[in-house]
Write a protein of this length. Structure first.
Length: 382
């Protein structure tokens, strides 16, 4: 019991909430993570889904237009996703971060083969008793374009679940084509695991500013010091991106710290009820974005590009809380963003699964070009 109390106290501190007592004297038995059911293929013209423009197969939306679009079923890679002859190549470097060096994420892990049990009084709450302190290491890869002028303040994009060499290749080509600014890219690996009770879940699914603060205070200073670059402090020159929980994390970073980030790119964003530990201020995790936060908050200076696949995830856990359908979550996001007047582009991809590789190969260059609309291309902001 003392061990459980100490774990609960540690996790509550990392989540920014007061320590909570153990759930019961005899915790519920943990269950093995159930196999994910095969997702149904969703029709983008389903009643309640956003009205979207269906594009001819093999085409993608223009990078200058807001709104909702349907693409597929064919997903041919964009030419910018391959190394092109004569295009300047940026340098890619890597360093490793240790959990022992982090003040914000000392590290947790969920025991292998376990998941959690729904609270019998509230299926939207998951009880996890097998999470405990644990060390981790993470890789950080940094892309610096050939065109970067040392000493200038560069715009940049932070990506989750790094390394991301496809992003670096796309940036080589897009920068050479003058479709995006000369920018640095920073791909940060997660601290391991997935979902509730894991380090990755704690980092990416927690509805707070903590992960953005980790990047700001513990990652970016290392990038600047190790590679002798200067990163802009202008939030209009800072972007985040990711897929799945890394995608919802990208929006969480900008939502809680819009003074740092204005641009967000997500594939199959986990805008569902995945947060753990439970937080009564956002009881439904990232589902709160479209349920309460976006509709009930002043409009933030954010620009978003989002994608979801027609075979994206559907209720892949034991909670059965009606808040674990990735397609519905992203459709609701598009509805709320439109209602509140945000600049966003939403792509519904036919013949596509979760963070679909073929869709990413087809759309990432256009997504990046859309993301950086309005930012000066010729020169970095100082």
């Amino acid at each position: 019991m003392l061990r459980l109390l100490s774990i609960a106290f540690l996790i509550s501190l990392m989540a920014g909430a007061p320590a909570a007592p153990a759930q019961s004297a005899t915790p519920p038995a943990q269950t093995a993570h159930p196999a994910r059911p095969t997702p149904p293929t969703r029709d983008p013209h389903t009643p309640g889904y956003v009205t979207a423009k269906e594009l001819p197969d093999g085409t993608i939306p223009p990078a200058s237009v807001d709104g909702n679009f349907i693409i597929g079923p064919t997903h041919t890679p964009a030419p910018e996703m391959s190394v092109q002859p004569g295009v300047p190549q940026g340098t890619v470097s890597e360093f490793v971060m240790q959990s022992t060096d982090s003040k914000l994420y000392p590290g947790i892990a969920r025991e292998p083969g376990t998941f959690g049990t729904p609270d019998p009084n509230d299926p939207a709450k998951l009880i996890v008793t097998t999470s405990h302190p644990a060390p981790y290491t993470r890789r950080v890869e940094v892309y610096v374009p050939k065109q970067y002028v040392p000493g200038t303040a560069a715009p940049f994009i932070v990506g989750t679940d790094g390394p991301d060499h496809a992003l670096f290749t796309a940036l080589d080509n897009l920068i050479a084509e003058h479709k995006v600014p000369v920018m640095i890219a920073i791909s940060v690996s997660n601290g391991s695991g997935d979902a509730q009770g894991s380090e990755r879940g704690l980092e990416y699914d927690t509805m707070s500013g903590r992960y953005a603060e980790f990047v700001e205070k513990e990652v970016l200073p290392l990038v600047e010091a190790k590679y002798h670059v200067k990163l802009t402090s202008d939030p209009d020159g800072r972007a985040t991106m990711g897929g799945s929980s890394g995608g919802s994390c990208a929006l969480i970073m900008a939502w809680y710290h819009p003074e740092w980030y204005h641009r967000v790119l997500t594939y199959s964003g986990t805008y569902v009820n995945q947060q753990w530990p439970y937080n009564p201020q956002t009881p439904h995790g990232a589902w709160e974005f479209h349920e309460h936060l976006i509709p009930n908050s002043p409009v933030k200076p954010l620009r978003l590009w989002m994608e979801v696949g027609d075979r994206d995830l559907f209720n892949p856990n034991v909670m059965r809380d009606n808040m674990h359908d990735w397609v519905v979550a992203n459709e609701r996001m598009a509805q709320m963003l439109a209602a509140r007047g945000y600049h966003y582009q939403f792509v519904f991809a036919r013949n596509a699964g979760h963070v679909d590789h073929a869709v990413r190969q087809q759309t990432l260059p256009e997504a990046l070009e859309y993301l950086w609309q309005g930012y000066p291309i010729a020169a970095a902001k100082q």
